[in-house]
Write a protein that binds this ligand. Structure first.
Ligand code: HEM
Length: 219
């Protein structure tokens, strides 16, 4: 069995963290979508996520670990690939035998990383501070208003939308690539995985874009 120190082991671990994040994105989008349909339901769902011990002290640390792992491993793989390729792109004649997305995963990944830093500054850090540093009592009605208020700033919306487009490009290659890396390759299933991945990489970022724009235009 290849360990994490081998090249195959690293690709495998990278793919597993990617698949975990693919599931997280569906859950995150579903929860945020509620904010479009019902202020009350969004407050209830957010309050549950924010104060449930299993979510807070088990799922959240696992998620943060997966995010950090995915980025660190992505950079390690990129550096190793470049070092293993003395004549840069000798085999890779641009769009002739690979897509822009597949050649630039590190660029789309870096933009998403920058987005996550901004996103944590916007939502996660204030939440941690509210609960654990200022020690406020739970207020079940605050979440929708906080989210809605973030999108009053047009530049915030523009930055978020740019990040979501890059997220779509990242997913367009990453979805099917993660399945290949875990060895899920079959003449019968691979076309389905690719088609599903293409739809996924359009629908998920589009959903996030709709949420950001909805809150901006309803200020
Ligand atoms: C319009 C789009 C989005 C909205 C409105 C939104 C909203 C939020 C909110 C309100 C939180 C705070 C959760 C808490 O209270 O702790 C959060 C956390 C987070 N978001 Fe987003 N998000 C969006 C898009 C994204 C995207 C595209 C990603 C990933 C690429 C992402 C990754 C995360 C992560 C990793 C956390 C920390 C999770 C946690 O709290 O445990 N978000 N988001």
């Amino acid at each position: 069995m290849a360990g994490i120190t081998s090249s195959i082991g690293r690709k495998y671990a990278m793919a597993l963290s990617a698949m975990f994040l693919l599931i997280f994105l569906v859950m995150h989008l579903s929860t945020n979508m509620i904010s479009i349909f019902s202020e009350d339901a969004f407050n209830t769902a957010s309050h549950f996520m924010g104060y449930n011990p299993a979510v807070q002290f088990l799922m959240q640390p696992i998620l943060i670990f997966a995010v950090v792992f995915h980025f660190v491993m992505g950079f390690v793989l990129e550096i190793r690939n470049n070092n293993a390729r003395p004549v840069k792109y000798a085999m890779n004649q641009g769009s002739a035998n690979s897509t822009w997305m597949s050649r630039n995963m590190i660029i789309s990944g870096a933009v998403i990383l920058a987005f996550i830093a901004l996103h944590f500054y916007d939502f996660w850090i204030p939440e941690i501070s509210y609960k654990y540093i200022q020690g406020n009592n739970p207020d079940e009605l605050r979440y929708w208003e906080e989210l809605h208020h973030k999108f009053h700033d047009v530049w915030r919306v523009v930055l978020y939308v740019i990040a979501f487009v890059l997220l779509g490009l990242h997913l367009a290659h990453g979805f099917q690539s993660s399945f290949q890396s875990v060895g899920a390759r079959h003449p019968k299933y691979t076309p389905f995985i690719k088609a599903f991945g293409n739809w996924y990489s359009i629908i998920i970022p589009l959903g996030f874009i709709i949420i950001a724009i909805y809150h901006f235009v309803t200020q």
